[in-house]
Design a protein around this ligand. Structure first.
Ligand code: CTP
Length: 389
């Protein structure tokens, strides 16, 4: 599975760095090409010569060592996977905040494929609120985290913080690289965010959708090898991104791109109505105690594309505050899409504007699969695995 894969290992300053020698051997034995980038502190724990001899490759540590014509951090980003192990609390926090003050961090910042983070640290550091917040931030941005195990630590105590064994890191690398091929060759268009329907130049009608679920789907689909177009109501980086504001604009983009995609996922919360008469000038308040806005129906994008004769697979989302399954099943019939993903927006721990979700995947035959509460990234991955099975 790892034969001829290009694996980039990033080593930071931690005692577990010595175990990476064994990890390099495992990758090499499996036929992979291994490159190593280290932070300056990593070299206090393991020597460049050891890493060079085991990887049979140059070991990079300096941002300003320019070989041939490519800056190193860009040349290194061509690897198939970037495994940062051990990942120190310092590096984790810098990664989560876009800090690039060494070659490893600059490389990670520029890297666009899967990054696997394998933390190792003292229990107190692991439990530190800021470290945990930074790990959540990384997880929500699509990084894979192989959490530390519990056991004897180099500082002489027992607790959580031990880096996972090289064999486990090896298996996780295989698992990630395996999933990166699952959607190779597929083109997927995903909509995300809540549309904005203008009232006048300063006011609009919108909804509570944050776009996080759509963003997680786009991230995971890309990680699984798909060619993704994200049509969103906000600017998103790292994707082929088309920004739209209103339901009308979104409808136009989705329809224009319908036939060239293998799948359309309508995660966006599209406003059902827009204001009948948009005011070119800011509406002034008058003496009356009330005002009436007349609304007219927007196109139902999901329904319209599902009715097309020649169309790709179409997946809808359904946000319900009551009778979740009943409403979701009637919605899939009404809209005519292939799958509907139902989430309960009456709960404040999942759904709109949260980092977690719990959903039901319903197919055309009304067969239902429940996905337990998990991060939106994990839910996204499971949804993609299920619909493309
Ligand atoms: N949708 C759409 N166009 C609309 C409204 C919704 O394409 N004008 C899509 C959404 O992107 C989502 C699905 O339809 O995939 C269901 O959205 P939801 O808001 O749950 O349902 P509605 O059709 O708006 O029905 P209701 O508001 O009555 O529940």
């Amino acid at each position: 599975m790892l034969k001829d894969k290009n694996i980039l290992i990033g080593i930071t300053g931690g005692i577990a760095a010595y175990k990476i020698c064994n990890l390099i051997r495992l990758y090499k034995k499996a036929g992979a090409n291994v490159s190593v980038v280290v932070t300056p502190n990593a070299l206090n724990f393991v020597t460049k010569l050891t890493l060079q001899s085991l990887s049979q490759n140059e070991v990079y540590s300096d941002c300003f060592e320019i070989d041939e014509y490519k800056p190193e951090h860009i040349a290194l980003t061509e690897a198939d996977i970037f495994v940062i192990a051990p990942a120190s609390a310092n590096t984790i926090s810098k990664l989560a905040n876009g800090i690039c003050d060494n070659l490893l961090l600059s490389t990670a910042c520029a890297y666009q494929k899967q990054i696997l983070i394998v933390p190792a640290m003292n229990t107190g550091m692991w439990n530190n609120k800021f470290i945990q917040e930074n790990l959540v931030k990384l997880k929500n941005s699509g990084y894979s985290i192989l959490s530390p195990s519990e056991g004897f630590l180099a500082c002489g105590t027992n607790g959580v913080g031990r880096m996972r064994e090289p064999e486990e890191i090896f298996e996780e690398t295989e698992r990630i690289l395996n999933s990166t091929k699952k959607l190779a060759g597929k083109k997927i268009l995903i909509t995300a965010g809540g549309t904005k329907e203008k009232i006048d130049p300063v006011r609009f009608i919108t909804n509570a959708s944050s776009g996080k679920m759509g963003l997680a789907l786009a991230q995971q689909a890309q990680n699984m090898g798909a060619d993704v177009t994200l049509v969103s109501t906000f600017k998103a980086h790292g994707f082929n991104n088309i920004v739209t504001e209103t339901a009308f604009e979104m409808e136009k983009v989705v329809k224009e791109n319908l036939k060239e995609n293998d799948c359309i996922i309508m995660t966006a919360a599209v406003a059902d109505y827009r204001v009948r008469n948009y005011s070119e000038q800011k509406i002034k308040k008058d003496d009356s105690d009330s005002m009436t806005l007349e609304l007219v129906k927007n196109p139902d994008i999901l329904k319209e594309i599902s009715e097309e004769k020649e169309r790709p697979m179409v997946v809808g989302f359904c946000a319900e505050s009551e009778n979740l399954l009943e409403n979701a099943k009637s919605k899939i019939r009404k809209k005519g899409c292939d799958y509907i993903i139902a989430n309960d927006i009456s709960r404040c721990d999942i759904g709109f504007n949260t980092d977690e979700n719990e959903v039901y995947i319903i197919n055309k035959n009304l067969q239902t699969k429940h996905l337990d509460k998990a991060s939106k990234q994990e839910i996204a991955k499971k949804i993609l695995e299920e619909i493309f099975e």
